[in-house]
Write a protein that binds this ligand. Structure first.
Ligand SMILES: [Zn+2]
Length: 270
């Protein structure tokens, strides 16, 4: 990924999604907003206990810097499940200024409606941005370990193909900053679920210890899902940025002991 400074705001962009005329995209950091600890500073979530007015100010700062109308920012009530929502014109801007109006219970959104900025919110969970320049379709995914085990990334890629006629060879994807296999220690229960759902735990659980714990590679598991959906690996960029190790730059649920804000990963068709 590459860091871009827009006015005083710092955002991160995927190299493989940059240079496409048809879209804008971004991953925000925790820097540059006005939220107080433990949400300091650029918290974009209305659902973590932060002051709503401050969150709205933060979102306005981001929208203005990126040249996106706040009214087009479209978010969901994320529930760590595998539902993929197709965002029609009627859903444009849901959740832009409050939590209640956010799209109900979904962790992935796909649209071909120009100007609708799809955004997922994250602090350790894996944000994924997707784009098919041939069919002009975009998607966002929020995949924590539960969503990863529900195969939400693969399901989203399938929605591109089945609902929008995308060829997987055309789809580009970026796997964003999130907790890495360096830090994401999980217990035997998660490891056994990973084995059941992903077919193997060997590939995705590293450094298993005698007490049955290990380190879950969410990046690899989501990369594999996208490849299984037919997307060429060369079309997929993995940020390789661990939020837990860079908790000064990104919000990290684990590093901040559960009390923290959320950064945003978004994409919009121009
Ligand atoms: Zn790490």
């Amino acid at each position: 990924m590459i860091e871009k400074k827009i006015h005083s705001l710092s955002v991160w962009c995927f190299e493989n999604l940059s240079g496409h005329e048809g879209i804008d995209h971004f991953v925000t950091t925790r820097r540059g907003g006005s939220s107080r600890p433990p949400y300091n500073a650029l918290n974009l979530s209305f659902n973590v206990g932060d002051d709503p007015e401050t969150v709205l100010n933060n979102r306005t700062t981001v929208a203005e810097a990126l040249g996106i109308a706040l009214a087009n920012l479209t978010t969901a009530r994320q529930i760590h499940d595998a539902h993929v929502k197709i965002v029609s014109e009627a859903l444009r801007g849901r959740g832009s200024t409050d939590y209640q109006s956010a799209i109900e219970g979904t962790d992935a959104m796909v649209t071909n409606v120009a100007g609708v900025c799809l955004m997922v919110l994250s602090a350790d969970c894996v944000p994924i941005l997707m784009y098919d320049p041939a069919k002009e379709v975009i998607g966002v995914v929020h995949a924590g370990w539960k969503g990863t085990l529900c195969l939400i990334a693969r399901k989203t890629a399938k929605v591109f193909q089945e609902q929008f006629g995308s060829s997987p060879h055309d789809i580009r994807a970026g796997i964003g900053p999130s907790i890495g296999p360096c830090c994401f220690e999980v217990g035997p229960k998660v490891i056994s679920q990973a084995r059941d759902r992903l077919g193997t735990s060997k590939e995705y659980i590293r450094n298993k210890s005698a007490n049955g714990k290990g380190y879950f590679d969410l990046w690899g598991a989501n990369l594999r899902q996208l490849v299984q959906a037919g997307i060429p690996e060369k079309n997929i960029e993995v940020a390789q940025m661990c939020t837990c190790e860079h908790a000064d730059v990104f919000f990290s649920h684990r590093s901040d002991k559960g009390q923290t804000g959320r950064f945003g990963a978004g994409i919009v068709i121009r």
